[in-house]
Design a protein around this ligand. Sequence first.
Ligand SMILES: [Zn+2]
Ligand SMILES: [Zn+2]
Length: 441
Amino acid sequence: MSARARVTPSGVLKEPSQYVTFDPGDDAQGCDEVFWEDPRYFQPRRGPNGEARHWGLFPWKDGIEWIEGYDIFSRWTRIFRTYDFKGKLCPEEQFVLCRMAIKLMDLEEMDVEELKACDYTLYIKTENMPKLPGSEADRLWRRIRVSGGLTLSVFADKVLTPLFGFIRNLHAHVFHDLLDGALFGPEGCDAIDMMHRHATGYRYLPDDEWQIAHILQAKGEATLWQYDFGDNWYFHITVEDIAPAQASTGAVTVLGGSGTHCPQDLTPVKWAELLAAADRSTVRVPEALRQLFQSQNYAHTPFSAAYSLEHFSAGDTQRALAAALDSPASVRSMSKQFAAMLDGSDRTPRAHDAPDTLKRGQQIVATEVLDAEGKPTGVFLEEGVAKSRRDHPDTTACANCGSPNNLKVCSGCKKKYFCSRSCQRVSWAQGHKKECKAMKA
Ligand SMILES: [Zn+2]
Ligand SMILES: [Zn+2]
């Protein structure tokens, strides 16, 4: 432990911490004073409704969680050579690691076996969107039914990401347990926004080891899903109902929704501004519509001036979810990349930090992204894995209905999982018959 006293952002001179170690090369500039506390007895900082987010590390101001994102990021850029390069944990990470160990003990003591067999009705809405003029209704929301036994990583990758129209495996995400601020996220993720992980809460528990039932246990409870550590889309997920196990099927079902998919790589603050401007505007093509069709997740949707910003199709959304559930889990260490084509010539189908050699089954697919006039603006690089990959049995769902219960691997291809004979039969008729043979080869 370094013996030097340090000055916190609020100007308080602190004696060396008893609980975390500062490297001699770290002057602690920008390090919040909570990190001098004893992490074992740390009381999370809470919002106006008693909720804790981001491990409860960040202060709240006027009902808004106040993350000095820029300062946290600039501290990280100063200290990453001191800690990350040497394989050491910075003081903040040491602190969070202790909170993680405590949370792990809580999780291991939880008995959620019954809840895992129950279907949840979840109402999911984005934070801070403007209401429609003359209405009190939420603007951007979805309602789904999903099993409490679904693993959080599967929930994020195969349900929530397509539910809001985001591109799978493009950005990182975390679930916040609002009772204590505990975070669950993708281990080994190399998405570009991981550079902002310090401002997200430094570290998180693996989301492929815990299920929905571990963070939501009763009607009225809520969790927060944060998607993209750079743009920070926050989704409130509230439990509207938990069906008894006898009345549960485990299937993922889209029940309703409103509002177009979220434009990828636009901040929700910017999107809220554009929606509010569209409400006031009388022009035929509001800027919001233009921006929507320029975002990557709308790159393959032809521009339509008549498209409604409130557009939502339960059928299309259910089909997008079905396609995701019928595919292998995304591999986080192969997150996708987007390369801007600045001079119109860079069509190299490689991400700037893509691995030099492709692993078995890995493929990189480049798709040109066009703007509203049909001019190429960039290349979208999909670094994924061949369709024949097999999921781990604990982190998957029925390829037909999305149930995580009673899964058995298809005896033909030994790659797809089904919850029942009837689901296997449906999938077989819808094309798995042909695919199964090809996958086996
Ligand atoms: Zn099924
Ligand atoms: Zn098969």
